[in-house]
Design a protein around this ligand. Structure first.
Ligand SMILES: Cc1cc2nc3c(=O)[nH]c(=O)nc-3n(C[C@H](O)[C@H](O)[C@H](O)COP(=O)(O)OP(=O)(O)OC[C@H]3O[C@@H](n4cnc5c(N)ncnc54)[C@H](O)[C@@H]3O)c2cc1C
Length: 508
């Protein structure tokens, strides 16, 4: 029996759950169109950028922040414990990510369209990518803005056979290495809340309920009617005509499952009343797995970086190479994205990392509830590298990275190895990758978009949850398959497109 507060029955057209990378886009676009929107976000709202209240680590785009994390953890292929960081703050992961904005390869979106998602081909999505790129103020580093370590990487990558490009954002691009397009404005991580929410913050159509964890979607007569959230330790019910879930690839399936929308047998195990038996909620979980070489820096690197920082902005990560494994189905299937980071444990106080990420993983895992309690995080089983092809592709990427680190332009900065395969024979290399791999923080696919729930779809190509009118999903969970991209721009694009689809007049 519910004893909390019921409110806002007549003031909101739409509730957006999660004001993260895509939620900020959806909310901003719908308010701009004149709809009354209530945003419910589990993390804090630091107001607009101009108000000056944002924590320094979330603004500073030189390095990844270590705060505002949801605390998901799980296992890698070798049983190693891995953290699955997700931001709990307005702006979501766009407020603490690496700011690299590479939209991927057109063919991956064409494959979405061909797999039961009409309207989602690369050509059709170009305008939405262009809009989000403009809002996020994407820019490309000029040659004299590239810091010494990254200049060395680009020269070494070219020497190892990868052509130089100045347009890693080209949807038709092939293999190549170059500076990363980034959403950084004067050193500030330009998150989607700045880009989309700040311009409408003062509009009376927008209400932001922050520090509010959504427990579940309210369903009456088979239709979504609002959400139940915990605010200041108290349950609150909020009502609207439409609910849009934008809680991310882990948060959105958690909410659906707690709402009784998911595999019926699993729901009954947790004594949750079934509203819709959708077996694919939580399935199709995938990420870009990564394997990395690490080195202490040589004496040369620190002074060169310090000299550069006197006149230029000094990011840790700045360049990337798209390369192809022998089995790549498409122009490339691996990203190599080196960085440097301060490390007091090293005599030179710097560490260099050369990671390889697999963009077309075949392995699929699953997210399952551990409890119906919204304070308990789900069991996240990525099943990383379960498919042998994933391991083979990463191994070929590591072999290319080994060529790059031997080039004099890179070797000049790389001192004693800190993480390095001890034996390069195939079996030994693969065993080393299994036990040391990480990921690129790109979980997706847990509420997959498609036309047919019997074929694993959770939402239809308009973003509507199959079988529950009044409920949409718009975030990384709807990706049928990760594009060979850094996904944040594709997530913002999804926000743009689903906002358009919600606004489009439709019969019925
Ligand atoms: C450390 C890190 C570095 C990354 N670097 C890059 C990069 O450089 N380039 C790139 O393209 N991608 C990068 N990514 C990935 C990218 O940021 C994500 O794929 C993308 O931002 C996901 O967007 P989303 O909208 O699906 O989810 P999110 O941005 O995670 O938004 C979900 C929002 O929902 C809220 N929420 C969740 N559950 C609830 C609930 N129950 N009630 C209320 N609110 C809730 C969360 O607090 C959050 O604000 C990185 C990710 C991480 C973690």
């Amino acid at each position: 029996m519910f004893h909390g507060v019921i409110e806002r029955t007549d003031t909101s057209d739409i509730i957006v759950v999660g004001c993260g990378t895509s939620g900020a886009v959806v909310a901003g676009r719908l308010v701009e169109a004149g709809l009354r929107v209530t945003v419910v976000e589990a993390g804090p709202d630091y107001r607009s950028y101009g108000d000056g209240g944002w924590p320094a680590d979330l603004l500073d785009a030189r390095a990844l922040p270590q705060t505002h994390d949801w605390g998901y953890v799980g296992r890698g292929a070798g049983g190693q414990q891995l953290a699955f960081e997700r931001a709990r703050v307005i702006g979501g992961c766009s407020a603490h990510n690496g700011c690299v904005q590479i939209p991927g390869w057109r063919g991956d979106y064409d494959a979405w369209a061909a797999s039961g998602c009409p309207g989602w081909s690369g050509e059709e999505l170009r305008p939405m990518f262009a809009r989000s790129s403009e809002r996020l103020r994407l820019r490309q580093f000029a040659p004299d803005e590239i810091q010494p370590f990254h200049r060395g990487f680009l020269e070494a990558a070219v020497a190892a056979g990868i052509p130089r490009t100045d347009d890693l954002g080209d949807l038709d691009g092939e293999i190549g290495c170059g500076p990363e397009p980034m959403n950084v404005v004067a050193g500030v991580r330009w998150n989607t809340a700045f880009a989309y929410v700040d311009p409408v913050r003062d509009r009376r159509e927008l209400t932001i309920v922050a520090d509010a964890v959504v427990d579940r979607v309210l369903v009456a007569g088979g239709r979504a009617t609002g959400v139940r959230a915990w605010v200041d330790g108290q349950p609150r019910e909020l009502r609207a005509d439409l609910v849009v879930l934008c809680a991310g690839a882990y948060g959105t399936p958690e909410i659906l499952l707690r709402s009784g929308i998911g595999p019926a047998a699993d729901l009954r195990e947790h004594h949750i009343e079934v509203q819709a038996d959708l077996p694919a909620v939580g399935a199709n979980l995938h990420d870009h797995p990564a394997s990395q070489l690490e080195f202490a820096a040589t004496e040369r690197l620190g002074p060169e970086l310090e000299l550069f920082a006197r006149t230029r902005w000094l990011p840790e990560e700045q360049t990337l190479a798209k390369i192809a494994s022998p089995a790549a189905a498409g122009p490339f299937d691996l990203h190599v994205y080196p960085w440097v980071e301060p490390d007091e444990a090293q005599p030179t106080r710097w560490k260099c990392v050369v990671p390889v990420g697999l963009l077309t993983p075949k392995s699929r895992g699953r997210l399952r509830l551990r409890s119906a309690d919204p304070a308990v995080r789900a069991d996240v089983d990525h099943a990383y590298l379960a498919e042998p092809a994933d391991l083979a592709a990463l191994a070929s990427g590591i072999r290319w990275a080994l060529q790059v680190v031997r080039q004099p332009e890179m070797a000049a900065y790389l001192g004693p190895p800190l993480q390095f395969p001890p034996d390069l024979r195939d079996d030994a290399l693969e065993a080393w990758i299994r036990s040391t791999h990480t990921h690129i923080w790109h979980p997706a696919g847990t509420c997959r978009m498609g036309s047919d729930p019997a074929q694993g779809a959770v939402v239809d190509p308009l973003g509507r949850v199959h079988g529950i009118p009044g409920l949409h999903v718009a975030d990384a969970s709807v990706f049928p398959r990760l594009p060979r991209a850094t996904p944040a721009l594709a997530v913002a694009m999804i926000g743009e497109r689903i906002a358009d689809l919600i606004l489009e007049p439709r019969p019925g």
